[in-house]
Ligand binder design. Structure first.
Ligand code: 4NP
Length: 154
């Protein structure tokens, strides 16, 4: 079982969208038994809160239910438990490296690191643009799933 942790700042917008989109894609590729995906935030600001309604609605529009997901803050323990810790933006990756005491195993990456145009995913909490965030997240999830699927099927 390969384990993927999607990480943003609050864990109520981008990383839960990434978690549920990634899970849906993995299921459609028949990989749901092989990959576990969860999400967390680098901050504890939103701890216990549900997915932000506009993010929830974007998922609904894709036929995806994010159910009872509640925000949580990531911890150093997650570094040991997950194989890939995927940050929505460089600022998140920097905070993750601080929380984890560095990245000795090279597990921390940007979600859009392998995109033709590598970039951060702008925070829709501030931009209000959930459409662009969702498109970026779909692009990053598909690319990482290609990568992880290759590792699984090797
Ligand atoms: P997220 O968005 O990191 O994509 O979940 C945010 C949600 C809440 C806050 C910041 C970003 N906040 O400051 O409460």
């Amino acid at each position: 079982m390969l384990k993927v942790l999607m990480v943003c700042l609050g864990n109520i917008c981008r990383s839960p969208m990434a978690e549920f989109i990634f899970r849906d894609m993995a299921k459609k590729r028949g990989l749901e038994e092989k990959i576990l995906c969860a999400s967390a935030g680098t901050s504890d600001e939103e701890w216990g809160n549900p997915v932000y309604p506009p993010a929830r609605r974007k998922l609904w529009a894709l036929g995806i239910d994010c159910g009872e997901k509640r925000a949580r803050q990531m911890s150093k323990k997650d570094y040991g438990e997950f194989d890939y810790l995927l940050a929505m933006e460089e600022r998140n990756a920097a905070a993750m490296r601080r929380i984890c005491g560095g990245d000795p195993e090279g597990k921390i990456h940007l979600l859009l690191e392998n995109a033709p145009a590598p970039r951060d995913i702008a925070d829709p909490w501030y931009t209000g643009d959930f459409d662009s965030a969702c498109r970026d997240i779909q692009e990053g999830c598909a690319l990482w799933l290609d990568e992880i699927e290759k590792r699984i099927r090797k």
